[in-house]
Ligand binder design. Structure first.
Ligand SMILES: [Zn+2]
Length: 467
């Protein structure tokens, strides 16, 4: 937990959060769009246009230390597990605060302390309280501060919590968050699923570093982001796996998946550690496809590094589960795949490490451009490996969008429930190709400079679109 590493890429996010924090509100009293500053409460939401209560205002998380103990379902026919957690959150106030909020969904808080001093449960100004309002998607833990936190001051807040785990769904009905499986859990948070397993400032702009200590029944493997730290330690039938993610990361990109995984280790360009976790239940044609696709990772990293600059993180790899959430996700440094990993999906999720993870959207509304880049990267890889030219894939995509009459959607503002629609991905890719190749189409492709509100250091901005 070194501050130098943690704050390396937080500059822009911290500045933006300071601005957001000026609009402090109280969860119990006002909507997150309410801009009036009063009482010095951190805002209950970051004001995201699609997910207004996701994230919070008034502070910037530097580091999450997550100590999790998880019992997978005892009866595989009943997909319910048990999770107990202690989250130690180091944060810095960006405004004077006498209380602040975290997002936590479906789990019960049992104890909170601030800088080692216990906080009582209750509705008083220096007590903690929890709101679980499924109908309105408001899941908030409010922590009162006995000692007011001045802007710029750091505090460490520890939250003990736990409960039964199930199979949470996003606004479209897709599985996400801590998804309980027969042999463990598949953990994929995009867009707002992180609060289903830890108390969090669930705002993609508030990147932080993470430590994971995941205790599971002996014989199970727990895999998170970053690098494994030492050998797993077993005591009385439980094994603790420790992972450190030193690259600042948005909360929707965190994972702590549990299963019957076998870990394999490889090296990428410049000695980059590649750690793959493949479920023992992946077999036959799925295993053959997965093995072939994962073997291409070093070559893919070299190809994309030549195009976009050096691979941005300390590690890469994969988590391939025999269970399925029906999609793959670009969890930072270690994408998660459902059932099998295929070549196009692996290069797509790798592409997201540059576009989406390192350079990242400030609002979840802007996920369309993450996906445009990742889809375009699939086209570039297919051309590089002689499978199909980019020009042909562009032509095919335009024809498909034509035939389905899918040009009406505003891809730069597709609506909360269309964020992950294939036409959004494909139109993004087509737009990028059109801009790069200057091949105009008569359709309404996004104009150069259309709002992608990204946080990144200037050298990492996608210059093509910001011109
Ligand atoms: Zn994607």
């Amino acid at each position: 937990m070194t501050n130098q590493t943690r704050t390396r890429r937080l500059g822009a996010a911290a500045v933006a959060l300071m601005a957001a924090g000026a609009a402090g509100i109280n969860a119990a009293q006002a909507s997150p769009q309410d801009g009036t500053a009063r009482y010095g409460h951190g805002a209950a939401g970051s004001g995201d246009p699609y997910f207004p209560y996701a994230g919070n205002g008034g502070y910037d998380v530097l580091h999450y230390d997550l100590d999790l103990r998880y019992a997978p379902p005892s009866d595989p026919a009943v997909l319910a597990g048990k999770l107990a957690g202690e989250a130690t959150i180091t944060l810095r106030a960006t405004q004077d605060l006498n209380s602040l909020n975290f997002d936590l969904r479906g789990l019960n808080v049992t104890a909170v302390d601030v800088d080692g001093k216990d906080v009582n449960r209750g509705s008083g100004p220096s007590e903690w309280t929890q709101v679980q309002d499924d109908a309105n998607r408001i899941w908030e833990l409010t922590v009162g501060l006995r000692t007011k936190l001045k802007a710029g001051q750091e505090a460490t807040i520890t939250v003990d919590y736990g409960g039964a785990t199930g199979r949470p769904e996003d606004t479209t009905g897709a599985l996400y968050g801590w998804v309980t499986t027969a042999d463990g859990a598949m953990v994929v948070n995009e867009p707002d699923g992180a609060p289903t397993w830890f108390p969090v400032n669930d705002d993609p702009e508030d990147k932080a570093t993470y430590s994971f200590h995941i205790t599971v029944p002996e014989g199970k493997t727990a895999v998170a982001n970053g690098l494994s730290e030492g050998e797993p330690k077993t005591n009385a039938g439980w094994t603790t796996w420790t992972w450190e993610a030193a690259d600042p990361m948005a909360s929707y990109l965190a994972t702590a998946s549990v299963g019957d995984y076998t870990l394999t280790y490889a090296k990428g360009p410049h000695g980059l550690p590649i750690i793959n976790a493949v479920d023992d239940g992946v077999a036959g044609a799925d295993l053959a496809k997965t093995t072939a696709a994962l073997a291409l990772q070093p070559r893919m990293i070299t190809f994309l590094s030549d195009l976009f600059g050096r691979y941005p993180f300390e590690a890469f790899g994969a988590i391939v589960d025999d269970d399925s959430v029906d999609y793959a996700l670009e969890t930072q440094t270690r994408p998660v795949y459902s059932g099998a990993a295929d070549e196009a999906t692996v290069v797509h999720e790798l592409g997201h490490q540059w576009f989406g993870n390192d350079v990242s959207p400030a609002d979840l509304k802007d996920i369309w451009l993450n996906e445009g880049w990742a889809t375009y990267i699939e086209w570039l890889w297919a051309e590089h490996t002689g499978q199909a030219t980019v020009a042909q894939q562009f032509t095919d995509t335009v024809a498909e969008l034509d035939s389905k009459n899918l040009w009406g959607m505003n891809i730069a503002d597709p609506g909360r429930d269309n964020l992950f629609a294939a036409e959004v991905y494909n139109r993004g890719a087509a737009a990028l190709h059109a801009l790069r190749a200057k091949v105009g189409t008569r359709r309404s492709l996004p104009e150069p400079g259309i709002g992608w509100n990204a946080t990144a250091t200037p050298r990492q901005q996608p210059q093509t679109l910001n011109r």
